[in-house]
Structure formats: structure tokens, C-alpha cells
Design a binder for this molecule. Sequence first.
Ligand code: KG4
Ligand code: ZN
Length: 338
Amino acid sequence: MSNLILGIESSCDETAAAVVRGGREVLSSIIASQIAEHAPFGGVVPEIAGRSHVRAILPTIERALEEAKVDLSEIDAIAVTTRPGLIGSLLVGLSAAKGLAYSRGLPLVAVDHIEAHAYAAVMEANDDAYPNLTLVASGGHTALYEVRSPIDLTRVAETRDDSAGEAFDKVAHLLGLPYPGGPSISRLAQSGDPKKIAFPRYRAKHGGTDFSFSGLKTAVLYYLRGQDALAKTPAPDAIPNRADVAASFQAAAVDALVAPSLEYATRRGLGTIAVVGGVASNLRLRESMQLRAAEVGIRCLFPSPIYCTDNAAMIAGLGWHLVRAGRAADLALDASAR
Ligand code: KG4
Ligand code: ZN
């Protein structure tokens, strides 16, 4: 039985490698962040990401093995993110994984980045976490999954437009805050009043559960322009109540994530809600979900912040379950953006 898995992740702006034993025991998890390279552009630049992965991938894998005190010859399988993500970035991790698998005759296993985010919450929970409702809220995705096992997920709702993380990033940009927007907005929101401005909370019609964040983002824009759509957006330092805008936006975004999740879990009788992805490190989201779930007897699972944002431990962890289920692949494995 394959026990020691080397995980490789390069779908977006983090080059990551990790060694995980038995799907849970993280021996190492190395993340080389490119945030500083993309920050001047206010978002991830695909060409920069691809080049940066090329530079970082082998040293990151070496460090992961070193820190785990594991030799490549002891690794039982290689798990690699193959979708979704920036295609040029995905291919860097996949090529490295194929090279290592070929040279060592190791099984290769393809991991879906979103399914790995979902697994991150369970990787650290020491009891049975299934079935559950998983809210994935990241920069690229905002969706609900009904999850019956690490490898059995059904998407039951998703965003009609922007992701929650994108809304944080765009509003941060309007407020002149640095990228990535989530952490900057939370920081500024601490000194603001979340009830000051009543931004809209999207609710799906006809009992639907989908999310939407573009209306909220536009509401913030119009608020900043003084309700005049044709006015110019004020310069960040000319906005008098930036902290109130940040706090009120954050409150609205959190409500728009919490309400549909609870509604769906209650309707389907699911006793556990897992919240994962970059936005899951948001403290207000954690507190609000926890509080409102407790009121209806639902338990919440959150990964530690280091396993909320992109990492390779979640890839190696889920990879172990996939190998066990006989889902190892051959070298013809391909990557896909969607
Ligand atoms: O999961 P992730 O690292 O990458 C993707 O797969 O997209 O998520 C990144 C997103 C960014 O949009 C970032 O602004 C957001 O997660 N984020 C947060 C927080 N920390 C990161 N959003 C809200 N509050 C936070 N504390
Ligand atoms: Zn991610």
C-alpha cells in the first residue's frame, strides 16, 4: 500500500510541495509564494506565474523532501494538481511530477484542486466528517459541494458571476488596499462599523442556492461615487470612511456566504459544514458560520489558515485516497484549465 505521497501544486500563484503519510500526517508542506511578484499588478499575471513556477518548482520539491527527512526512493506515489487553474502554471507542476514519476517508476495521481481544498478541512479533523456540506470560497471559485467521502463530491451550487475572493480583491483595489484583498480588507475592517452601510446581500430566487458577488461589488463602487454612476471613483485617500466601507462590505460578503450554506445544509439534513479555500481564513466568516450553525445544531469544520490558501499537503492528502481507490494514472496525464 502506498503510504508516503509527494504532493505538487502549481495551479495559480503558489509553488508548493509536501510529503504526507497515510492521507493525514503532514511531514512537510513548503509554499513558495509569488504574491510579491504579482502585487504591483493588483492580481495574478499568468506569464509571471508560469516563469516563477519554473524557477521555484525543483527547489520547492527538494525542500519538501528534505524537511520531511524522506528520500525520493521512499516515496510511494506522486500526486499533482492537474485542474483547474492557469494552464501554463499547471503544466510546470505536472511536467516536474511526470519527470520524477518516470525516472523513479512511481505511480502518478491527478488531483482536482477544488476537491483538494474540500479535503483540507477533513485532513485535520480526527473524527468522521462525512457526509458534509463543503463551502469552497477562494479566489477562483465559490461553490457548495455535498461530500460523501474524500473522492465523492457533487457540486450543488455555485456563483453566477464573481467568486467571493474576487469580490474581496476588487473592493480592496477600489479602497487602495494591497493585493491580495482579503487579508487587507479584514485588517482595515477591524476599525470600521459593519452596520454603517447596508450593502445588498444576494439571495437566489425560487429556493435556489447559488451565490452572486458582482452586485455587491457594484454597490460598493456606487457608494464610493456618491450614488452617481457617471461620477469618477474617488482616490482611495479621499474616501472619508474607508474602514466602515471595508467592514460593511465584509459583513455583506460573509452573510452572502453563510445564509445559503446553512439553508442548504438544513434542508438536506447535513450535520456538518466545512468551509475551505482562501476566504475561509476570514475570521468574521468563521465566527458567523460557527455561531449560526450552532443555533441549528450544525457542526463546522475549518482548516488551519495555512491549509485554507493554496498548499500541497491537501494535494498529497487527497492523492493518498485516490491511489487507494485505484485512481493512479499513467504518463499520458494532461492538465486542464477548467
Ligand atoms: O484558495 P486561494 O489561496 O487561491 C485560489 O485557489 O483562488 O484563495 C485566494 C483568495 C484571494 O482572493 C484572497 O483575497 C482571499 O482568498 N483571501 C481572503 C482572506 N485571505 C485570503 N478573503 C477574505 N478574508 C481573508 N482573510
Ligand atoms: Zn486554491
